[in-house]
Ligand binder design. Structure first.
Ligand code: C5P
Length: 396
């Protein structure tokens, strides 16, 4: 695919963040053609984007540089997609209603079917919450436009709330996804991720230190590779990966019920969650009190369902992938686990390397043996796992 992106800039102070986005794209070898609306040029000079992208910047529908006077058509052909960041309320309204009165809006309307259009709204919180903006956003989504964010926080006007444009690194992740090979196109993938929480009383739980980062990275990578991903997640503080459907649960038993409800029709099940092996047998409706002269407390635990094993042994089982986090004898334990659970692919890692961190070291284990991968970010490793999985599905 042509490694070229069309980046639209509309009038908003967040335009300065798009300078960094262009830099990230160029660093990754992506050519960026910047199109600016007239309002955008009041915030940043076209020369800034020209210097950063190393390419001409386009502002005018009637630009004579385009030999056939068809800049509104030619610029988007062969590009991986169009990203408009920042997208103002006015620009969203235009695209939602099919207006085409300047180069950028005309370019959006003239894009070919299937050509991705992403918008990253940036506006004052009140503008974002007004019914017309909400209607326009809903209509854009209905039309297949991907709306990225907005984020929440302090705004240029001094107010706080929804409406901040996503950060350049977050936007870049979405741009990178446009260029990911669609290795899992047409596949439905069900996943679990994060820890589970087993309540003891109304304020206390048994849980573990899983952050959910590996599972979320894998959900993102699978979605970027063209899969339809449903993520059943234990409690985490992570944002939902773009394009992924997320179902929130707390306990292992809730996770099991959600998986049972979603598994029909899934081609692949990937169990990344660090599921608690046990739950507290007698949940106390009242907060447990510390008892004087009574050192120690005994909680009776009962076994949780093994979700992965249940799915792997079910009739019409999807292709199952498991994770094993071990503190010692990682590979031996992982190989035994793969056999015990009866699954074709298992990802082994050392719990100390994996939990809560942004990077990891993993070994893939399948019928052909061990495939160790070099240490990397969870996002990079997720892409490797996707490639390995896709190759196994192809061979299946
Ligand atoms: O049995 P163990 O917890 O070591 O196996 C880890 C793998 O099994 C992971 O893929 C995990 O998500 C899955 N698992 C599960 N349900 C459980 C326990 C583990 O799906 N109750």
């Amino acid at each position: 695919m042509n490694k070229r992106l069309v980046l639209g800039i509309t009038g908003g102070i967040a335009a300065y963040k798009s300078c960094e986005l262009v830099r990230l794209c160029v660093k990754a070898g992506i050519a960026v053609d910047v199109i600016m609306t007239k309002a955008a040029t009041h915030f940043i000079a076209p020369a800034t984007f020209q210097a950063l992208s190393g390419r001409p910047v386009w502002t005018d529908l009637w630009d004579a540089r385009e030999p056939k006077s068809m800049a509104h058509i030619e610029l988007s052909r062969d590009a991986a997609g169009i990203l408009v960041a920042p997208a103002s309320a006015d620009f969203m309204a235009k695209v939602a209603n099919g207006f085409a009165d300047d180069l950028l809006s005309t370019l959006c309307l003239a894009r070919q079917p299937g050509s991705p259009l992403l918008v990253a709204p940036a506006m004052n919180v009140e503008m974002w919450q007004q019914p017309p903006t909400r209607r326009n956003k809903a209509r854009l989504v209905e039309d297949g436009v991907v709306v990225l964010g907005p984020g929440r926080g302090e705004q240029a006007c001094g107010e706080t709330g929804d409406g901040r444009m996503l950060e350049p690194a977050d936007l870049f992740a979405h741009v990178a996804a446009l260029f990911a090979p669609k290795l899992l196109k047409g596949k439905r993938i069900l996943m679990t991720a994060g820890p589970t929480e087993e309540p003891i009383d109304p304020v206390r739980v048994i849980t573990n230190t899983s952050s959910g980062k590996m599972g979320y990275a894998l959900a993102q990578a699978a979605s970027d590779a063209g899969a339809t991903v449903c993520l059943v997640s234990g409690p985490t503080s992570l944002p939902t990966p773009a394009g992924v459907t997320r179902i929130d649960v707390k306990t292992a038993r809730e996770m099991f019920e959600a998986v049972k409800a979603q598994v029909a029709g899934a081609h692949v099940f990937i169990a990344v969650a660090a599921v608690a092996d046990y739950y507290v047998k007698e949940y106390s409706e009242r907060k447990l009190k510390k008892r004087e002269h009574h050192p120690g407390l005994t909680l009776e635990l009962a076994e949780n369902p093994d979700i992965l094993k249940w799915v792997a042994q079910s009739e019409k089982a999807p292709f199952c992938v498991g994770f094993a986090a071990e503190s010692h004898d990682v590979l031996e334990n992982a190989e035994a686990k793969r056999r015990r659970k009866g699954i074709p692919l298992l990802v082994a890692n050392r719990a100390q390397d994996a939990f809560g961190r942004d990077d990891n070291q993993i070994t893939l284990i399948d019928d052909n043996g061990r495939h160790p991968l070099p240490r990397g970010t969870k996002a990079a490793l997720a892409r490797e796992i996707v490639a390995h999985l896709a190759a196994m599905l192809d061979a299946d």
